[in-house]
Structures are given as C-alpha cells and as structure tokens.
Design a protein around this ligand. Structure first.
Ligand code: ADP
Ligand code: MG
Length: 325
C-alpha cells in the first residue's frame, strides 16, 4: 500500500507535471509554495469542492471527476475575466486504488496543461472521496469582472447553449427520453463542461458584469441584478438551445424549467453596455465563440422572462427567492 508521500510523489509531484511556470518560485515539496504575481496585476482566487455522491454520482469515472473538479474552478476564473495560473489540490481518498489515482491525476494534469496551469501544492487525507481545488489567476489591476456593476440598458448575453447539463441529468433520472446520439453528446456536456476562459479574458474590455452559470440561468442572472441593484428582462425565445433539446423535447412544461433553472452549464452570463455593444459584436465575430443577446437590464428589480409575449410566472416555478421584497 503506498503511503501518502508515495501518492504525492508518484501522482502529483513535479516529475509528473509536464510544464512548469516561471512565476512558481517554489512548488510542491515544502511546507508551502512561493509564487510571484506579475507587476500591475491582481491575484484572483477561488475554491470549489466536489463530494462523491453529492456533486457527482458515486460511479463517475476518475477522469471525469478530475476534469470537472478543475473545470468548475477554471469557470470561476473565466467569470472574473482572469487568466488561470496555479492551483492546489486537497484530496480525501477512501482507498489506495492506484489505477484510480493514475487515471485521476492524468486527467487533471492534462486539463491543467491545456491552460498552462501548474499544480503548486495540496493536501492528501483519508476518508470519503472529496476533491477540493483552490485556483489562482491574474487580472490587470482593476480589470476584474464583478457581479455588482451592471447598469440599466446594458444588453444581457449568454455564451454557448443553455440547459444542456440539466437535460443530461433529467435523462439520467428518467424524466425524459433521448435518442442514442443525443445521450452521448449531452452527457459529455454534463461531464466535460468547457470553461469559457478565452471569452472571460476578452470580456474584461467590454462587459460591465459577469457570472458563470452554475446554479441556473435565472438564479445566476439574479445574482448580477441583486448585487447591481437593477433588474432584468430576458426573452425565452432568444435563449440558445442545442439541437438535442429541439430533437428530443416538445413539452414546454419540461423545457422551460430545464432552461431557466438547470445548473451546471458553466457558460457565462454577462452584460455589455450599449456604448460597447457594436464593437463587442464585431470582435466576437472574429472568434469561434458563440454568444447570444437574450435581454436587457432594467430599473425595476427582479428577473422577468417573457415567452410568447407573456411574462412567465417565475414564482410559480419555485423561484420565490428571486422576487425582490
Ligand atoms: P505538511 O505536512 O507540511 O502540510 P504535506 O505532507 O501535507 O505537508 O505535503 C507535502 C508537500 O506535498 C507539500 O508541498 C504539499 O503542498 C504537497 N501535497 C500534498 N498533497 C498534495 C496533493 N494532493 N497534490 C499536490 N501536492 C500535494
Ligand atoms: Mg499538509
């Protein structure tokens, strides 16, 4: 049975990390890491924990667990407009399953490499499986995207398609039937969300506010409007849906809640001031990034969603906590 030191050395130590960054003065192996933040930049930090049986089904593969644990943290960097740099891994392991550890660390480090990130430390303990990642990134001083700076008349945008992860979960739980091809496509969306890091970096020059959609479109947009002391109106028909929705679902009673309240998409929801809108559209056209304008920031507090020219009663759908007092 490998000791904790063997595990760290074999799976997480510098030898197993293919890239190293100049700004890591001292990485894994001492009591703490020493890191250098570039001049004229601020450090942006976030932590997210995934617990087996709570945040992912017990049977999830080690590759998918590792991918998602880092991807959700990368998504927080994207939402802040930050460039990811370093991460630390606190892992609690029930057993010394070396096959599992190998698959986990390979998947984790290969996603890290894609974003030129370095694992700079962590903690390894025994107990029920849980993975906690602390991520660090940089923004040029004063350029971070926050939730509290949306203004009336700003355009509301989302990236990608909305509700895909919720659709995968609904199918998995037997709430709807999908054709074979759609199941594979949509499961990939749930297990391998693509953090919108490139978009986040681009948005720091154009957006007034930004959030990543982890709890659901309405819930996360409500974080922007509440923190900014404004409201929002979105048009349901404008929300981009993937072809898996269109091919498999016809019942609005199922579609609407999946799209408006389904979480785990890790797309960005952001606001663009009118004065930046034309330039933003021009810039985004030159990239492969999909963004869609779905509404506008208004003075009246709360989030309103219009479908078939009528306001959907969000409160009836279990969104009580979004209604302002
Ligand atoms: P300490 O007892 O001083 O906290 P540890 O024995 O926990 O040190 O860890 C030794 C070194 O290995 C530290 O540099 C720590 O950051 C690193 N480390 C421990 N667990 C992990 C892990 N899961 N991933 C990456 N580095 C780790
Ligand atoms: Mg320790």
């Amino acid at each position: 049975m490998p000791s904790e030191f063997d595990i760290i050395r074999q799976y997480f130590s510098p030898q197993s990390i293919s890239q190293t960054r100049d700004d890591v003065i001292l990485g894994i192996g001492d009591d703490a890491a020493i890191l250098a933040v570039p001049d004229q930049h601020q450090l942006v930090q976030s932590v997210d924990t995934l617990v087996s049986g709570v945040h992912f089904p017990v049977a999830t593969s080690p590759e998918d667990i590792a991918y998602k644990a880092l991807a959700v943290n990368l998504s927080d960097m994207a939402a802040m407009g930050a460039k990811p740099a370093w991460f630390a891994l606190a892992i609690t392991l029930p057993t010394d399953d070396e096959e599992w550890l190998k698959a986990f660390s390979q998947s984790l480090l290969s996603l890290a490499e894609k974003y030129n990130m370095q694992l700079i430390g962590g903690d390894t303990t025994r107990g029920p499986l849980s993975i906690s990642i602390t991520i660090n990134g940089f923004v040029p001083t004063g350029k971070a995207l926050t939730r509290n700076t949306a203004r009336v008349t700003d355009k509301i945008y989302v990236s990608g398609c909305i509700g895909e992860a919720a659709l995968a979960l609904a199918a998995w739980q037997g709430q709807c039937l999908l054709n074979e091809e759609s199941i594979n496509v949509i499961n990939e969306k749930l297990n391998r969300p693509q953090p919108q890091v490139e978009l986040g970096l681009l948005l720091s020059d154009y957006a007034s506010a930004c959030i990543d959609i982890s709890d659901g479109l309405i819930a996360d947009l409500a974080h922007i409007t509440d923190n900014s002391q404004v409201g929002a109106r979105i048009i349901f028909e404008k929300i981009p849906l993937s072809k898996e929705f269109k091919q498999n679902l016809t019942d609005d009673a199922l579609i609407v809640p999946l799209v408006l309240s389904g979480g785990d998409d890790y797309q960005l929801c952001f606001t663009i001031p009118e004065k930046n809108n034309d330039e933003f559209k021009k810039i985004i056209k030159n990239t492969a990034i999909l963004v869609t304008c779905i509404g506008e920031i208004e003075k009246e507090s709360g989030v309103r969603c219009i479908k078939d020219n009528k306001e959907i009663n969000i409160s009836e759908m279990g969104y009580q906590h979004f209604i302002s007092d």
